[in-house]
Structures are given as C-alpha cells and as structure tokens.
Design a protein around this ligand. Structure first.
Ligand code: GAL
Length: 849
C-alpha cells in the first residue's frame, strides 16, 4: 500500500514536472496568458527575463503560401520573434474600406507565426517608412481638409488613432496579444520620428506625447516601443535602429537595451548596384550588442521579399527587396549568412542565463581589446572578448588562458573559459545559387513571336474623363496615385515649320515626350536626384502640332520630414525655344489637357482577358507604349521561379492578373565602385559593399509559385520605352555549389558545445568541416575542389596555393560522396601536414545531385 502511494506520488510529481516543462517550453508562444513587462535588463514574459532574437518578415512582401516555410526557416535559424510593420495603405485603400485578404491577411500571418511557436513584434506605425509607397500612408489621407502628417494636428491624429485602434482591436478580438494567450509581445507606435523631429518644430513634442499616451490607452497588455526616439515618454521604451547599436543606452535605467532594426544588408534602387553586408560584420555587430548589455535584437530584414505591384516606396526603390537578408527574396536560406547567424544565436543563448541576470563588467585587454564578463552570485559566468581594431589580429590573455582574436571580431565564452564561437570564424557552409533559364515559348518549334499578342496604348489623350486646366498640375495631387502615369497634352499652332528646342522640367520621376504622336525623347531621374529636366530638339510643322508629355512616378517617397509634400510631375517650366526667330515661348500656363492613367488600365488589360488583343506574326518590337500578352507553361518542380526581362525597357508585369511589380532591366548600375569580396573589417555603411556594377540593377523578377498553374499562365506587360518580348525567359533558382572553408584555429561547431558545466570542455579538440545538401533527396555527387594548406578565394573560385596536402581530396571524397551530409576533422592527423608551423585551413567545394 505504502509502496503504491509512493508510486502515485512520484507519478504526480512527474506529471507536475512535465506540465511545468510544457509551460516553459511553451514560453515561446504563450498559449496561456503571459503578461509582458520589462525592467532594466530585459523584457519579461510571464515574469521571466528573456534574451530575444527577432527578425523582420513583412507579410505583403511574400505570399501566404510562403509564410509557413519562411517562419519555419526563421525558427531553425534561431529566431524567437518575427517582427512586421502593419501597412496602412494596403489595408485601407479607400477611407473606411478595409482589406485583409490574401497577402494582406495580417491575422493569418500572426497566427502562422504563433503556430510555429514564435512570438510577434507588431510595429503598427502607422507611418512605417520601409521603402514602402508613401511610407505606408494611404494617399487619400493627404486630401483630408486641414491635415498635416506626423505633427500635432487634429485631423491627422484622429486618423492615426482610428487606424491604430482598428488594428489593436483586431488583434484583441483574436486574442493575439500575449496578455491573452497570443504571440504578440511587443508593439511599436510611430517610426524613427526622432530623426526628423526638429523639422516639425513646436508640433513635434506634443505629437509624440500624444502618440505615446494614445498607444498606452489602447491597453494591449504588452509594452510599446518607439524606435530612434530618444525622448520617448514613459512607459514607452526607446529603441535603437542602425548597423551597430552596441553604444546605445535607453532613456531610463528602468528600460532594457533593445535594437529594433539591425540592417542585415540594404535595399536596392533602380539604377544602383546590389548592396550586401558580409556576415562576419553582421555577426560582430550582433555579438557586440549582447556583449554590452543588449537583450533584444531584430534583423531588418530576415526575409526582405518582393515589392509586388506598385508597393515600392522611393522614389526608385527596386521591385526586389532581397536586402541581402539571411533568407533570400525567393525564400531560400542564404548561406553562409543564415547558418553563421544561427551559430551566433546558439552561442549567445548558451549565455542567456548569466546575461539576463546581471550587467556586464567591462575591462580592457589592450588597445581595441575589450572583455565583458557576466558573472552571477549563483556561479554562472559568460564572457565576450572583442577585438574592435580593424587592422590586426590579436592574442589576448584572459583569466590565465590565451585567445586568438581576429581583427573586428568577438569570441563568445559561455563558461568564461572555452570559445563557443568567434564572429569572424565561419563554420557554416556557403552556397552559391544558380539560375537555370528556359524559354517562355510553350513549344520551341513555334516561330518566335507568334505566341505573343499586343495592344497599342494610345499616345496622348484617349479617355473620356480627360480634363483641361490652365497651367501645369502637380501629379500626385492630381492622380492621387491611382496610376503611375499622367498625360500632359498641349495643342500648339505655329507659323512655319522649324527645328525647335522643347525644354521640360519635372519634379520626377520619369518623362516620355511625344511630338505629333512620335517619340521625341525620354528621361528618368534617379535615387540621388529624382527631378527631370530635358532639352529636346523637335520638329514642328506649320499649323497645328501636339505635344504629349507622359509623366510617371516610380514609387512615392517614403522617408524624410514632410516626405508627403515632395510632389511629382511636370510642374514646369515648359518652354519652346524657337530657332526661326530666336524667341522662347513659355508654355507653362497654357491650357493643358490632362489624363490620369492609361487607356489600357481602364480596359483592365492586366488580367489578359480583354478581347482586343491582336496576334499577328508581325509582332511590334522596340515600340514604346505597348501592351504585350502571352501564355506560358510553368517550369516543372518546386524551385522558385523568376522572369528574366532582358530585352525589355521599363514597365509593369502581371502573371495571371497578379502584378509582379515594375520591371526596369535597362536601368544599369554605375560601372565602378563594386567589389565581390568586401573587407568586413571596419564600420559598415550602406554604400560600402556593392556588387553587380555595370549591369541591370534588377533583371530577375520573382513570380511566387502559388500564382502559377502548371500550364496556360497568362503574362501581360505594359512596356513604356520599347522592347522585344521574345527575349523574355523564365529562370528557376537552384543551388549551384556548396562550400566550406574551416581553419585549424576555428572553434568547434557550436552544436558540439558540451553543456557539461562541470568539465566545461569541448568533446573534441579539432575543428570540423561540415557539408550538407540543402534538400533531403540530394546527395553529394562530386568534390569540385578540396585543399588543405593555404588555399585562397571564395566559394566557386577557390585556388590551391603552394601549401596544399595531397591527402585532402581523397579524404573529403571518401567522407562525403554519396551522403547528404558529411564532416571531416580539420587536423594534420586526418589531412597530412603540407607546411609545418603554418596556420592551415581546409577549403572544399562540392556539388549535390
Ligand atoms: C529605417 C526605417 C525602415 C527602413 C530602413 C531602411 O530608417 O525605419 O523602415 O526604411 O530604414 O531599410
């Protein structure tokens, strides 16, 4: 009897422990109500301080079909939290008419994050910046009487409060705040207002105070943050955005040190080269932040995605919002970035208990050398050793042991003794993506061009709702951004034909000039100077002439004080310099006829269903203002798909009625200033590391798989400048090679960290080179390169140097070929010693099949 009671007791105890474990394990997604609070060290979820790694994924920049996989890959990458902005203009395109369908299904997105067991930071803004059209504001907001954005202005505050409340209420209704058992642990109000505050004068402070108390009054049960807002009123936490935030301190000792935007790369502009940020520098920035007391860090972006439709801000933000993020535009992990950061997250998490328990003790280990130690009364100890110098590696002495610290790196010692990771020593493998092209043509025996049909967009005024006004109208006020396009049309009577110069000045962003229905010239601004000024030689006929100016926008401005007032379009002057009598006529205040948008837009051509399409073998090419249509079969398999717009000029494209965005492959980046192997040492800036100089800024445009059916897909284009659609091809994204490069001085993979705190020892002393094919159905088919010694180069371009062991290739082949993954110890014992006394490394490039 007693025995049985004892057994029941232990069973109960076990059950209790299991329940407790389940609750703890569930902390990530509080399926129970967990109040979220904060103190000087960290956010507290259900009373427990947490060290949180977060990453931005903006729901409308991918599709609901992609969300679960993106979120799963984020989780595997070591994220606890997914951050997203809320994009007002897609949710309320018309005042009081809301849209939360498809890619705009915010509730579904938040729930998808919760299902994966992750938390959410919801940045409502509702001004968001984000390289998003008009910074996220609906353009109709501009037209409300008496409104002034982002200042102490009643009409604006009323609208901001209405939308913010709407979103908070939606989240409450679905119990999505952690305080009600949901995943949302944090919300943001406004966005980087501190950066522009001074421009708003006396209206600024009352506005920020109002925004803070308005947000707090919504009673979400979770804290609010304001980023880049040094004067954020209590209880709002002011947080840091930037490439580095280790030196940041919040405005009160009662608030934790939080980093809401760690820019993992940078955004691409049409006309610019492709920005990237080396992972060694990103890992350094992250680790420095945790070294110096940070406890919440968010990657902006973790998956950047695509600016579909006309959602890009700007002007001139490209359609791709890849951002060099750890998950690429297509949803594939970017290696070694994703993998190295995953290792960094693991190593930092090994320190979590010590880290959240106390402040670090900082000491100098020499010039540019710094140690931070987190030591608790309960005997926990974690240390970070940093070399912030940009030139030389160093060997430092810490607690009686010696440590090698490459320049611009931090080592993480979760037990204050053994190195779990150094930010500059990348164990993660690299992957080189490759694109396989195939023709759009369904049947390659089709005569080229036969499968295309087209419609001409009329030059000049063609719509019934055109109107006449004296003088030149600002474009955004006139179109309310209903279209990128607006026609300015003038009919001109002249005495005697002559060669003249037409001078046009525009606030931007692009301009096509037609004289008497013929293209006369065009010009676009760029992200440094959005304005356009042209002098175009034209020939006028005696009598009546027409001048048609097609003005266009490429994403409305999203950043800066009063960004909403920038304006666009031909605001003049427009003059005609007559060669005959050497006079200049100012045409600016003439009676201009205006047309908002294109005829083809009214006809709904983007769906492809109109009956007006012409199909004849004489497909027009190099012809401005042409709509094109074809059908195509989707590439087989599951690899992500892109359209390569080589051959086309500029325009917008739709697949099965869904806009895949603006394309502009003729906008070429400058020929200089790029490097493929940027030095990660030293402060990063958005212009520091660029690639793809002298090429189209963007040539490939993502078509989400879920928008495709297996065959009979409709592709519609509106081409502005003129192009040859038969050159368009499909591309699928694949893995080219996988590579690894590990030196004798690398720490062991962090996965092998031996958590046995008694010994604090690593299970194996040698570093390990690990390769793994990205998908389970693949195995390593060949070793393209293997060298142990002092090999040179990067994945895809490794080269042997004098010191190279002949044992490396057979050893790697033996360990790897035929398996999905393999590991090889990086040591002279396995690989031989081709040059004694020299630090050696093993570099491998392999193919998977
Ligand atoms: C920040 C802003 C973000 C984004 C970023 C650049 O200043 O808060 O929304 O625009 O810059 O990608």
């Amino acid at each position: 009897m007693r025995e049985r009671k004892k057994a029941t007791c232990s069973l109960l105890l076990l059950l209790q422990v299991l329940v407790q474990l389940a609750v703890l394990g569930n902390l990530a997604t509080p399926s129970f109500s967990a109040n979220v609070t904060y103190d000087h060290r960290a956010l507290l979820i259900a009373g427990k301080r947490r060290l949180l790694i977060s990453g931005s994924i903006h729901y409308p920049r991918s599709t609901p079909e992609m969300w679960p996989d993106l979120i799963q890959k984020s989780k595997e990458g070591g994220l606890d939290v997914i951050e997203t902005y809320v994009f007002w203009n897609i949710h309320e395109p018309v005042r009081n008419q809301y849209d939360f369908e498809g890619r705009k299904d915010l509730v579904k997105f938040v729930k998808t994050v919760a299902e994966a067991g992750l938390l959410v930071h919801l940045r409502i803004g509702p001004y968001v910046c984000a390289e998003w059209n008009y910074g996220g504001f609906p353009v109709w907001l501009h037209f409300l009487p008496g409104i002034k954005f982002r200042t102490d202005n009643e009409p604006f505050k009323a609208e901001m409060q209405r939308f913010t409340t709407k979103i908070v209420d939606m989240m409450k209704q679905e119990n999505l705040y952690a305080s009600k058992g949901g995943p949302i642990i944090l919300s943001q109000i406004e966005n980087e207002y501190g950066n522009v505050e001074s421009a708003y004068g006396s209206g600024a402070k009352p506005y920020i105070n109002w925004a803070a108390s308005m947000a707090v009054s919504l009673d979400t049960g979770v804290p609010w943050v304001m980023c880049q807002q040094a004067n954020a009123p209590d209880p709002i936490i002011n947080t840091c955005n930037g490439f580095y935030c280790d030196q940041f301190t919040p405005n009160s000792n009662a608030k934790p040190k939080m980093w809401t935007e760690n820019w993992s790369g940078w955004f691409l502009s049409f006309g610019g080269a492709v920005p990237y940020r080396p992972v060694e520098d990103l890992a350094f920035a992250v680790t420095r932040f945790f070294q110096l007391g940070g406890t919440f860090q968010n990657y902006y972006m973790y998956h950047g995605g695509t600016n579909f439709g006309r959602t890009t801000g700007g002007p001139f933000i490209a359609t791709s919002y890849d951002y060099d993020a750890p998950i690429d535009e297509y949803g594939i992990v970017r290696q070694p970035k994703w993998g190295h950061l995953k290792d960094v997250h693991r190593a930092i998490k090994l320190c979590e208990e010590a880290l959240v328990a106390t402040d670090p003790t900082i000491s100098s280990l020499g010039p540019n050398l710094e140690a931070a130690v987190y030591k608790t009364s309960s005997g926990l100890c974690a240390a970070f050793l940093a070399n912030v110098g940009t030139q030389s590696d160093a060997t430092v002495n810490f607690n009686g042991n010696s440590y090698h610290l490459p320049a611009w790196s931090v080592s993480i010692l979760p037990d204050c003794k053994n190195v779990a990771l150094n930010t500059a020593k990348v164990n993660a493998m690299a992957v080189v993506p490759s694109f396989t092209h195939q023709s759009l043509q369904v049947d390659s025996s089709d005569p080229v061009g036969l499968s295309w049909s087209w419609i001409n967009e009329p030059i000049g005024i063609s719509k019934d709702d055109a109107f006449v006004r004296p003088g030149l109208l600002e474009q955004i006020k006139t179109t309310a951004d209903r279209s990128d396009y607006m026609w300015y049309s003038l009919s001109l009577d002249v005495e005697g034909g002559s060669q003249d110069i037409l001078h046009v000045e525009s606030l931007g962003h692009g301009l096509h000039v037609f004289v008497n229905q013929k293209p006369a010239g065009n010009k676009a601004g760029n992200s440094n100077n959005v304005k356009v000024a042209v002098d175009i030689p034209i020939t006028l006929a005696h009598g009546k002439n027409t001048i048609d100016l097609l003005s266009l926008t490429v994403g409305l401005q999203n950043y800066g004080a009063f960004f909403d007032e920038a304006g666009a379009g031909v605001t003049g002057p427009v003059t005609l310099k007559r060669s005959a009598n050497a006079t200049t006529i100012d045409l600016s205040s003439q009676q201009w006829t205006y047309q908002i948008g294109l005829k083809g837009e009214d006809w709904g051509l983007s769906s492809g269903s109109s009956s007006q399409w012409t199909a004849q073998p004489s497909l027009p090419t190099k012809k401005p203002l042409t709509w094109y249509k074809t059908t195509f079969t989707a590439p087989g398999g599951n690899d992500p798909v892109a359209i390569d717009f080589t051959g086309m000029g500029k325009g917008e494209a739709w697949v099965n009625g869904q806009s895949i965005g603006r394309y502009w492959p003729t906008n070429i980046s400058p020929s200089g200033g790029c490097t493929n192997s940027c030095n990660y040492r030293g402060s990063y800036g958005s212009n520091k590391c660029r690639k793809n100089c002298g090429n189209p800024s963007q040539q490939l445009y993502h078509v989400p798989r879920s928008w495709l059916q297996s065959s009979d897909n409709t592709l519609v284009l509106f081409e502005e400048i003129g192009g040859d659609p038969t050159q368009i091809s499909l591309a699928t994204r694949q893995v080219g090679s996988i590579c690894s490069h590990v030196s004798d001085s690398h720490p062991l993979p962090v996965d092998m960290w031996d958590s046995d705190s008694k010994t604090g020892k690593r299970s194996d002393p040698d570093p390990v080179m690990i390769l793994k094919c990205p998908t389970p159905d693949q195995t390593i088919s060949s070793i393209k390169f293997a060298s142990y010694g002092t090999p040179h180069g990067t994945c895809g371009s490794f080269r042997h140097r004098k010191c190279s062991s002949s044992k490396a290739l057979p050893a790697v082949q033996k360990a790897c070929i035929g398996s999905r993954s393999c590991s090889v110890g990086v040591s002279v014992a396995t690989l031989g010693d081709p040059c004694k006394g020299v630090t050696k490394s093993l570099a491998v490039e392999a193919s998977c099949a």
